[in-house]
Write a protein that binds this ligand. Structure first.
Ligand SMILES: Cc1cc2nc3c(=O)[nH]c(=O)nc-3n(C[C@H](O)[C@H](O)[C@H](O)COP(=O)(O)O)c2cc1C
Length: 283
């Protein structure tokens, strides 16, 4: 095997674990290898981002596809430590742990904004009301655009040796976060992303995913397709947790808990009202 094939084989074993079926026909490209190498980072060095890193991430983000080329997203880079701490303290009040060490450590928090506010202004300056923005689809479109942009930025960051972790948790305190960073009406912080130099002495490993048959359907959706493949994933899931010194747990219980515990929502159960107050009518 060539070095590149060796690397691909290692990455695939880490991604799917030894107890699961690993696809044998994966085509190795530098981009695929980079994506297979992804792992969330929750331990950072105090160093600032390298010069140009943020602008590089934003160029990558802007290179993502954008619904109708409308660019209905923005990103707010929180580089001010005091402001970041204020956001961290605000979110920490919504979770049992009281503080969020990785957010405190990392030099930058990016807030990815579903942003119809520019479109609303441009439309009103023409003397019309942006009535299409009242519909759920407009909110979804802007949220999808923000998400695609963010994922491109994440890949760019990782390619520069930086680490990232997405933070859906910022939605626990959506209203407060919007106030802290002055978000205009018709904009909403979909999620955050913490970025910094990973502290490699404290980072975890690549987190395995279920076999492809769990997520991949050919031509028609097969509702039962996942069943025969979950047991293998449970083995891999448990092995990973053991290797990372995490409490033993089965994956299905994570699914079950996330589906039944309102505590898990941490305030997001009131999101519809917040989103509507931010100007999205969600018709
Ligand atoms: C939209 C989104 C929101 C997330 N929010 C959080 C979060 O608030 N806190 C956190 O620690 N991880 C968060 N994550 C990271 C996931 O937990 C992580 O991606 C998942 O466990 C898989 O691990 P990996 O990214 O290392 O492969 C989020 C991921 C996504 C995609």
């Amino acid at each position: 095997m060539s070095t590149s094939q060796d690397k691909l084989a290692t990455l695939l074993t880490e991604r799917y674990g030894k107890s699961q079926q690993i696809p044998e026909n994966i085509i190795a490209t530098p981009q695929v290898e980079a994506m297979l190498s992804h792992k969330s980072v929750r331990a950072f060095l105090p160093d600032p981002l390298p010069e140009g890193a943020l602008e590089t991430m934003v160029a990558a983000a802007q290179s993502a596809s954008s619904s109708s080329n409308l660019h209905q997203w923005s990103v707010v880079a929180i580089t001010d430590r005091v402001l970041k701490q204020k956001i961290s303290d605000t979110i920490a009040r919504t979770v049992p742990t009281n503080h969020i060490p990785y957010l405190e450590e990392a030099p930058v928090l990016l807030l990815w904004i579903a942003d119809l506010s520019r479109g609303a202004k441009i439309t009103r300056e023409k003397g019309e009301e942006p009535l299409v923005f009242d519909y759920l689809d407009s909110f979804l479109m802007a949220s999808v655009d923000a998400t695609l942009a963010a994922q491109n930025a994440a890949l760019a960051a990782e390619s520069m040796g930086l680490g990232i972790v997405f933070m859906g948790m910022i939605r626990n305190a959506s209203r407060e976060v919007a106030e802290i960073v002055n978000l205009p009406q018709h904009s909403f912080a979909t999620f955050g992303m913490v970025v910094g130099k990973p502290d490699s002495s404290r980072t975890s490993s690549i987190r395995p995913r279920p076999e492809q048959a769990v997520v991949l359907h050919y031509n028609r959706y097969d509702q039962e397709r996942y069943r025969n493949h979950i047991e293998n994933y449970e083995k891999v899931f448990l092995d990973f947790r053991q290797a990372q010194s995490m409490k033993p747990k089965i994956w299905k219980d994570s699914v079950y808990q996330s589906a039944t515990s309102l505590e898990y929502m941490g305030g997001r159960e009131y999101l519809r009202e917040t989103v509507q107050d931010r100007g999205f009518k969600l018709k």
